[in-house]
Ligand binder design. Structure first.
Ligand code: HEC
Length: 148
């Protein structure tokens, strides 16, 4: 019976080794994900459900619906968000986050006069969106800026 046992042990050993290699490979691949890559790494682009809370938090105070919107720019409908405001430049160019006033303004340095949300002075200090949040908006625009 010894030969059979030996064979068994070899098979078991090989199986265990393969499982080990697979585990290391999986860990390595997962380790490649940086937090900023999360939506893309998960295999899908951010949706409006991911982006709307950001617009609400950072923009709706001044660009919600209605006539009071600053610079006549409202983020209440896709049509208005794309169209832009008083300066007549497109707010969003669906499919291209390198274009559009929304992306340009939120990507500006905090020292720039045109940055959005505007830099408020103490005691009313504006908290700007984080780099991750800006990337989420950019990914969503690149994926077509779908309003659903
Ligand atoms: C505290 C009020 C306030 C907040 C919050 C705010 N904005 Fe503005 N926004 C303004 C004002 C005032 C103007 C007009 C002056 C200017 O162009 O800088 C403006 C202008 C703009 C314009 C140019 C529109 C045009 O065509 O004239 C865009 C685009 C814009 N904002 C996007 C945003 C986005 C995106 C956010 C959120 C990340 C945001 N804003 C948050 C006050 C605000």
């Amino acid at each position: 019976m010894t030969p059979i046992n030996q064979k068994h042990r070899t098979v078991l050993f090989l199986t265990a080794s393969l499982a080990g290699i697979a585990a290391v490979l999986t860990a390595t691949l997962q380790g490649a994900d940086t937090p900023a890559d999360k939506p893309a790494a998960a295999g899908k682009s951010p949706t409006y459900a991911d982006v709307q809370p950001l617009l609400k938090k950072y923009c709706y105070d001044c660009h919600g619906g209605g006539k009071a919107a600053k610079s006549q720019y409202t983020l209440d409908t896709r049509e208005n968000a794309l169209k832009g405001g008083k300066n007549k430049k497109p707010g969003i160019v669906a499919g291209d986050a390198t274009k559009g006033e929304l992306m340009r303004r939120i990507s500006l340095a905090q020292t720039e006069k045109e940055v959005m949300p505007p830099k408020a002075k103490a005691p009313k200090v504006t908290v700007p969106p984080t780099a991750d949040e800006i990337k989420t908006i950019a990914d969503w625009i690149n994926a077509g800026a779908k309003w659903e």
